[in-house]
Design a binder for this molecule. Structure first.
Ligand code: NAP
Length: 274
């Protein structure tokens, strides 16, 4: 029951009404028995600073941040995690007990925990190929390198963005060609190719082979043409739902101090996107 004591968390973005985050977090708050509620606030580009000020003024319990504000919110906070410093982007703001606000980027940790949940795979010592060099790709590249990947190869349409993303992996990062997909242990599609009604593929699925793990960060649709092609060839392939749940679970823990009820979040996400 919502009362004067209820904590309010929210997501800001534009567009944001389609977000799965309210379903995930409200299911998690209910399952954990917490007096919290999570809502979506459409915030126009250019208004990130006012939204961070509102977080402070309204004493919100936490704020998720999505496009187009992930970079802009960073300037308005008091503390930044290592991932935020590296990526220059945040997806989660955490109000601290002393009134300061800390920016976090939970996408990388969400990706790694999703990979463990889906494939039982740890990237330590593995070769990873990342297709794409946008915000999601950068988070994956940085997290894989930080988790001890032996190599992180970035393949992207726009060369200078590939160079910048590969740089996030330090000594193990490099820019590659689509053919490099064939030699990776883990292949991640972090482009938006295959999202929604787009039926195209981020790389030729003939480059994939058995023994690899394939992850498409897209979760709408649940099975992209590329995932379907990988599965049809008998290759282990997972969509982006576990990363979405993983990043939300880290935010939940940072805001509430309570471990997230992952199964409740997964059930809510699956019901919502089915
Ligand atoms: P973004 O910053 O806009 O980056 C988009 C990337 O896709 C860029 O590398 C871009 O290449 C590439 N791309 C777009 N159209 C292309 C095309 N026709 N051919 C080749 N490359 C193309 O987007 P983002 O935020 O990183 O998101 C990327 C995808 O990840 C989206 O589908 C999103 O839904 C998904 N995602 C999932 C999660 C999750 O939790 N599962 C979280 C975040 C994002 P250029 O650099 O050449 O433009």
């Amino acid at each position: 029951m919502i009362s004067g004591h209820t904590n309010v968390a929210a997501v800001i973005g534009d567009p944001v009404r389609h977000s799965l985050s309210p379903a995930l977090h409200n299911a998690a708050f209910a399952a954990a028995g917490l007096d919290w509620v999570y809502v979506a606030f459409p915030v126009a580009a250019g208004d990130a600073a006012s939204a961070v000020a509102a977080l402070r003024t309204l004493r919100l319990g936490g704020l998720s941040v999505t496009m187009p504000h992930k970079a802009a919110v960073v300037a308005g906070v008091d503390e930044r995690s290592t991932a935020v410093e590296a990526l220059g982007a945040a997806n989660c703001l955490v109000p601290l007990p002393d009134g300061r606000v800390r920016a976090e980027n939970t996408d990388g940790e969400g990706f790694l925990s999703g990979l463990r949940a889906d494939a039982g795979l740890d990237v330590g010592g593995r070769h990873v190929a990342v297709l794409g060099a946008g915000g999601a790709a950068r988070a994956v590249v940085q997290a894989c390198a930080a988790a001890g990947a032996a190599g992180v190869t970035v393949v992207n349409r726009t060369a200078d963005r590939a160079v910048a993303a590969a740089g996030l992996a330090g000594a193990v990062g490099r820019v590659g060609e689509p053919s490099d997909v064939a030699t990776a242990d883990l292949v991640v599609n972090a482009t938006s190719v295959g999202m929604g009604a787009d039926r195209s593929m981020p790389c030729d699925p003939a480059l994939l082979h058995g023994g690899q793990v394939v992850v498409d960060l897209i979760y709408e649709p649940r099975e992209t043409p590329w995932l379907a092609a990988a599965r049809a060839a008998g290759i282990e392939a997972h969509n982006g739902l576990s990363m979405l749940i993983g990043q939300a679970a880290v935010a939940f823990r940072l805001w509430t101090g309570v471990e997230a009820p992952i199964e409740a979040m997964r059930e809510a996400a699956e019901n919502k996107s089915a």
